[in-house]
Write a protein that binds this ligand. Sequence first.
Ligand code: BGC
Length: 758
Amino acid sequence: MTDTLIDVRTAVTVADLTLEEKASLTSGGSFWKTKAIERAGIPAVMVTDGPHGLRKQREGGDHLGLGDSVPATCFPPAAGIGSSWDADLIERVGEALGTETAIEDVAVLLGPGINIKRSPLCGRNFEYLSEDPIVSGVLGAAIVRGIQSKGVGTSLKHFAANNQEHDRMRASSEVDERPLREIYLRGFQRVVEDAQPWTVMCSYNRINGVYASEDPWLLTQVLRDEWGFEGLVVSDWGAVNERVTGLAAGMDLEMPTSNGTTDAQIVAAVQDGSLDESVVDVAAGRVLDLVRKAEAGAGSITGPLDVDAHHALAREAAGRSIVLLRNEGGILPLAASSSVAVIGAFAQSPRFQGAGSSMINPTRLDNALDEIVAVAGSDKVGYAQGFTISAKDTADAADLRAAAVELAAAQDVAVVFLGLPAAAESEGYDREHIDLPAVQLELLDAVLAVNPNTVVVLSNGSVVALPFADRVPAILEGWLLGQAGGAATADVLYGAVNPSAKLTETIPLRLQDTAAFLDFGGSEGRVRYGEGLFVGYRWFDARELEVAYPFGHGLSYTSFAYGEAAASVTPAGDIEVRVTVTNTGDRDGREVVQVYTSLPGSAVQRAVRELKTFASVALAAGESREVVLTVRREDLAYWNVRAQEWVVEGGDYTIAVAASSRDLRSTVIVAVEGDAVATPLSRESSLAEVFAHPVAGPIVQGAMAQMMSTMDGAASIMPEGVDMMAMMGSFPIGRIGMIAGPDFSAEQIDQLIAMANA
Ligand code: BGC
């Protein structure tokens, strides 16, 4: 895990180091390593990408996935594995990732990425888990726990509001406080509080005008003071703008190396008095802590890597990532005795991961065609390429299509593999549309015309439009499945694995229907998050828009029945939800049980319903089980902008136990006691707010009543039924003198406010 030439003295502290040495620790020594200080016996430690496998490059590598890296197991990227909604499975994959990281002497695996999928267009959505913060947070914490259980660290990224690739190194994400807290930061908060990642990676972008890498609010106030983060903040590669400003804000380690330039800036700032040396001590101390943690874990896991065992886990994870979107007439699973036309180049050349810094050099690579042949036998399986994926492939489109149609017409079933070419979505740029290539859609239509028993298998890192959804009896959304995706696809097609994955992002009918359609990408360096809280399903539900497939949707080869849900508030204030789920079919399976809450009549803007907790439950055929789920009280809270704190609003919450965001199976109401909100009164407070205040309210109400009684003449010209209080409720108390005259002097109002706030 460290440069072995250097003798480690773990007892070294910042007090033993010169200013220059401390400053030197706060930036990288090379592309993938921290700096060593030989004099003090401090070794360099290595960090590498991530996230769904280990990408350990040769020294002097690049971060764009251009160079080669040591072979490692390529597990399904986040878009795939997130669809399992299974924290236990994901933690096991995390453990395997941690093992591979440790074997290769790497201290930190640079992941997971948990940014919210704000728009299907984001080029890097394949690296992210969901459009929902609870899914991202719960599953992100599971990955961190798994990896870190092996004595190596993680880097939770990209902190924060980094939801597009376009102009990613400069653009300012302009987000209101509530969506920032409730949607974009909530997942990060969950992972930090539940799993304490060793490091958090700050993103390239600005947030409301301030670079994430130099934002004291983000990196210190929120991350450390509020959430209790104990680790180190590392910059995304090249995210540093002003190094000294960043250091003071809480950005501890700049990566990659600055070749000493920024270290010198830090030393100069201390020397000219513009930076307190204690700031350097803190950051250098955190780098030392990281080195110590790495040393503590070093050598505990050694190779060789059990390639077969990890490939088998990758296959299990891939099988759990495939979403059965549709299965009319039970066309799936296929009978091994059916003859099958396997069509589409992805069946033979799988697209199994996304482009950019996360590209893994897999230990092996399955393809679906070979695996289908292995199950059904070569006499039952024919293959036609159908279309070209790569522009370099000059085969004639008409010839490819004709051969595929001929094959499809002759077989019982056609399984058509469609997907996005690798270049369609990547780190560094966004998509411009969500359509599959026209040549593939035309091929599918031609196949359907000769064989209605057609199954579509999709390979894409983020959602694609499915204009054929009503015409094709079965659709498997395969996302990107990692190195064992081919075998896993055959497992699901033939029923060795019963699909149990569900969508962590809505599949829209049209790009134009999506929440960020108008603002995504931004202009002149600013990206307005105009949809506010209404991201993903929150938007489609609020606007009552039809979707192709809703958030949380996914079918199984068996069926599940839900009993009546019950809910109660625990002594700790959480909501415990109980529901009996029954596997009513004749196959073993898993159901992802989802719990959504709503608060009708809320005093603040809210989504129609919001996911709060979920569980992936294995049920044997015919088995019934009571599932107990806990909604944490803090997850009911909204960010109260006036009070600048999380507040649980009191009221009757509707708890919906659901099979998807649009398939609510049982609802129950539970009364929740609200938090007392200490919103201080000010001259800006409205009369309604003052009336509701326990101290000031009665005083002002009394005074107002008296005043009204002396204004009979004026009141009498009001139409009957007009509610004077409703009319005046929004009037700021500081301006009441305009109406009340000398009865409410400015001094009296200030006294009242002071008394109320005391
Ligand atoms: C990416 C990070 C990655 C880093 C190192 C950056 O361009 O945004 O996700 O960890 O490079 O490769």
